[in-house]
Design a protein around this ligand. Structure first.
Ligand SMILES: NC(=O)c1ccc[n+]([C@@H]2O[C@H](COP(=O)([O-])OP(=O)(O)OC[C@H]3O[C@@H](n4cnc5c(N)ncnc54)[C@H](OP(=O)(O)O)[C@@H]3O)[C@@H](O)[C@H]2O)c1
Length: 283
């Protein structure tokens, strides 16, 4: 039997993060579960997880120190799962720059800072996998969800670049883009909503927030199945082994449908405008 792999997961107090920790333990690997408040991880500790306080929006220095503490628990880390994130709602005009900064500080800069904290260790080992939980909405600018959609799109391309930068060092990345999953993501505690300011957006805000309120608890995705598939892909087990490593792993039929439609529309528009688009070349 191969020796257990050592995982570290961010944002494990609920949802996909907690499902990852439970799945990893069930598969016989070791896991360091992290959260802003370690008291929220007692149930995972009872299952056998090590726990550490980690807020991805902390400074690079603090994250580097936490990474050292994490590495010293088992002497190494093999797989980092960048899962922590939240959604900011509000139209572009009504969201404030502070709300954008906070969204990016967690979903983009925090995720990249946490990654930077572990990269020297993974480069020294010349191996390792870094997983990023993006979103299907990286492909779709949903009205009143632009802050979040753009943060996940920024992450998409940062991860694409990173994967090409570290491949020669022996490090793999896996960008996971889920559709909607039944977690606490849309709960009133975890989501943020910008204060409404303009009557012109009132109807749009009400329609979209009504749609999301209805979606909460009725999402198509099962977090446990999501965690199992990602762990299978990383390990190349349970039917995932013969396939080429995915540049992006979509989770959920809603994600597959949305992105297929988006790709088809993009190709159609490209064809329609191709002659004019090409007409601006010097020669
Ligand atoms: N559920 C969906 O439909 C869906 C779809 C696409 C993508 N995603 C992505 O999936 C990931 C997990 O979300 P989820 O669905 O499992 O939602 P969730 O149940 O709300 O879990 C989000 C986790 O992120 C943590 N978190 C938030 N800000 C943090 C920070 N600054 N530092 C550390 N942890 C932080 C939260 O911890 P606290 O307890 O400290 O708040 C919580 O544990 C997120 O990146 C989300 O964007 C979710």
């Amino acid at each position: 039997m191969s020796s257990p792999q050592i995982w570290l997961v961010t944002g494990t107090s609920s949802g996909l993060g907690a499902a990852f920790v439970e799945t990893i333990i069930a598969r016989g690997d070791k896991v360091i579960a992290t959260a802003r408040n370690v008291d929220s991880l007692l149930h995972l500790k009872a299952l056998g997880a090590e726990t550490l306080q980690l807020d991805v929006s902390s400074s690079q220095e603090e994250l580097n120190k936490t990474a050292q503490d994490a590495i010293s628990i088992y002497g190494r880390i093999d797989i980092v799962v960048n899962n922590a994130g939240y959604v900011q709602f509000g139209t572009i005009e009504e969201t404030t720059i502070e709300e954008w900064n906070q969204q990016y500080q967690t979903n983009v800069f925090g995720t990249l800072n946490a990654t930077r904290a572990f990269l020297p260790h993974l480069r020294d080992n010349k191996s390792g996998t870094i997983i990023f939980i993006g979103s299907m909405v990286a492909w779709d600018g949903v009205p009143t969800v632009g802050t979040y959609c753009s943060s996940k799109a920024a992450l998409h391309y940062a991860v694409e670049a990173l994967s090409r930068e570290v491949a020669s060092v022996g490090i793999k990345t896996l960008l996971v883009e889920p559709g909607t999953f039944r977690t606490k993501f849309l709960s009133s505690q975890n989501q943020k909503r910008a204060a409404p300011k303009y009557k012109d957006y009132e109807e749009l805000n009400m329609t979209v927030s009504g749609d999301f309120d209805q979606l909460a608890g009725n999402q198509t995705g099962d977090p446990q199945k999501a965690a199992e598939l990602v762990v299978n892909v990383v390990k190349g087990e349970n039917g995932t082994g013969g396939k080429k490593w995915p540049s992006t792993l979509l989770l959920g039929s809603d994600a597959v449908d949305l992105i297929r439609k988006r790709c088809q529309e993009t190709l159609r528009e490209l064809d329609e405008w191709e002659v004019l688009s090409r007409s601006t070349d010097v020669y």
